[in-house]
Design a protein around this ligand. Structure first.
Ligand code: NI
Length: 344
């Protein structure tokens, strides 16, 4: 997921009951669970050793509490992966920590429970897929009776303006989606990381803003791949959204996208008008549930319009979500598929 590394949501469900599964539910008995906990504790201490501070990040007792409260884990054919979010077992700058433990090294695992938790264990495919589906069900439920919109910002990151925008979004508690240019990520990776850490989605806008339709296939692939790598290096996450420059796509773009193609349903034309009132009015005149709103975080007037846009849409009863949340809550999302409206 786009918000993965910084905020992993691999909640593990019992497929039959839909209840959350706790770590201890995976074990036959208390003593196997205790044995497992002591080995997990050692591995958490290993992670903590990477932190160069004098004082250990957590005391022994705090580690025990963290283990007891472990909520994010997944199981594949061979491995139990446990995820700890920033600040849980390491300082925030170390981002999410994953501890992987080979299943055959764990004693007393309740095998029938494993089968029930994850029907794909035997197939050996990635268990997270199952959890993504369940997460989508949660989102559908969560936003069923709400009107949702996604604010999207193209062509950044801009050192000054994107930073300013991030403060506005933080103050308003709004999450947005940024379609960043690889060429700009290269110079401002920390801004992109800051946006990802704040829970915004980072999508690709390709590398140089060339119209991809005019490029030979090898250059088109390069535009997409290079940007994907730059985003991944900056945030730890591979983007799952691509907005091709000018919204221009063809078969070749779809083939090499390796992401969902995100268009828009409201074009504010903020680059043309450079007027906060026109931008706001344009949105209010066209907004409806599922709208994907196109703006650019490289113009001062666009940033200036955002607080008013947020307040006006909030007054109209809208909730702001990222593009991937919007799509998952309304119609699902898949690679190489094209999305305009989110919901119709
Ligand atoms: Ni653009």
């Amino acid at each position: 997921m786009a918000h993965g590394i910084q905020e992993v949501n691999a909640f593990t469900f019992d497929m039959e009951t839909g209840n959350l599964v706790q770590l201890k539910d995976l074990f036959d008995d208390e003593s196997s669970y205790n044995l497992f906990k002591s080995s997990l504790k050692e591995q958490i201490k290993d992670v903590m050793d990477f932190d160069t501070q004098e004082e250990p990040y957590l005391t022994d007792q705090e580690i025990d509490e963290v283990i007891e409260n472990t909520k994010n884990f997944s199981i594949t054919a061979k491995t139990l992966s446990i995820y700890y979010e920033p600040y849980e077992i390491a300082p925030g700058y170390m981002s999410t920590q994953t501890i992987e433990i080979k299943l055959d090294s764990i004693q007393g695992l309740k095998t029938e429970q494993l089968d029930m938790v994850n029907p794909e264990v035997k197939l050996g495919s990635n268990a997270l897929y199952v959890y993504d589906e369940l997460k989508q069900k949660e989102l559908i439920k969560q936003y069923k009776n709400k009107k949702i919109v996604a604010l999207t910002f193209d062509d950044g990151p801009h050192r000054v303006l994107t930073t300013e925008l991030l403060s506005v979004l933080k103050e308003k508690h709004v999450q947005a989606t940024f379609f960043v240019l690889g060429s700009r990520v290269e110079n401002n990776p920390e801004i992109v990381n800051q946006a990802a850490l704040a829970g915004h989605s980072i999508g690709s806008h390709a590398y140089s803003h060339h119209n991809l339709l005019n490029l030979p296939e090898n250059e088109l692939i390069e535009e997409i791949k290079k940007t994907q790598e730059l985003i991944q290096n900056a945030t730890g996450l591979k983007p799952n959204l691509l907005r091709p420059p000018y919204g221009a796509y063809n078969e070749a773009v779809l083939k090499h996208a390796d992401a969902a193609i995100i268009m828009w349903s409201i074009d504010t034309e903020d680059w043309k008008y450079r007027n906060t009132n026109v931008i706001k009015q344009n949105i209010i005149d066209h907004v409806k549930d599922g709208s994907i709103i196109l703006m650019h975080d490289i113009y001062q007037t666009s940033i200036d319009a955002v607080p008013d846009v947020i307040d006006s849409l909030t007054d109209l009863g809208y909730t702001f979500v990222t593009v991937d949340t919007l799509l998952q809550a309304r119609q699902g999302m898949g690679n190489s598929r094209v999305y305009f409206y989110g919901a119709q």
